[in-house]
Design a protein around this ligand. Structure first.
Ligand SMILES: [Zn+2]
Ligand SMILES: [Zn+2]
Length: 147
């Protein structure tokens, strides 16, 4: 994951400095758990990375397709890593646990047939879509956190 993020930045013509590399490591360590820019910045304080740099780099990674935005009920804007390869076809269907925040990407699109039907009925040419399924993951259910 680290290598993937690094390559993306370099391919886009950005120098990957040591502070940026530390940010990349911190992002990769989130491992499909949503995080806020603020929390990431807090964790990187000791490295001397500025707040503006952290937020700018996160936006950059989002523009490059490595991160996507997540909106949960608490209104906090979070980032979450995308699945490698998903950015190429614009595909980000996912399950989100509202308790622990874990994100699981769906390997198969559950929407294809419906989209074909929608396109037919509406006369639209469907170009992209994005499905967020909210709920509780198996671990949270087993732990009885189903509030
Ligand atoms: Zn959970
Ligand atoms: Zn889909």
């Amino acid at each position: 994951m680290e290598q993937r993020l690094r390559n993306l930045l370099e391919q886009a013509g950005h120098r990957v400095t040591e502070p940026r590399m530390q940010l990349i490591r911190a992002v990769a360590a989130q491992d499909f758990r949503p995080f806020t820019g603020e929390a990431l910045y807090e964790g990187l304080r000791d490295t001397g990375l500025g707040r503006a740099t952290v937020f700018r780099t996160l936006r950059l990674l989002q523009n490059l397709g490595a991160l996507s935005r997540l909106h949960l009920d608490d209104g906090c804007q979070r980032y979450v890593l995308t699945l490698p390869g998903a950015s190429e076809n614009g595909h980000h269907d996912r399950l989100i646990c509202r308790q622990c925040g874990r994100v699981a990407y769906l390997e198969q699109c559950p929407m294809e047939d419906s989209l074909n039907r929608i396109a037919e009925q509406s006369g639209y040419r469907v170009e992209s879509h994005h499905l967020d399924i909210l709920g509780l993951c198996g671990d949270c259910l087993a732990a009885g956190n189903d509030q």
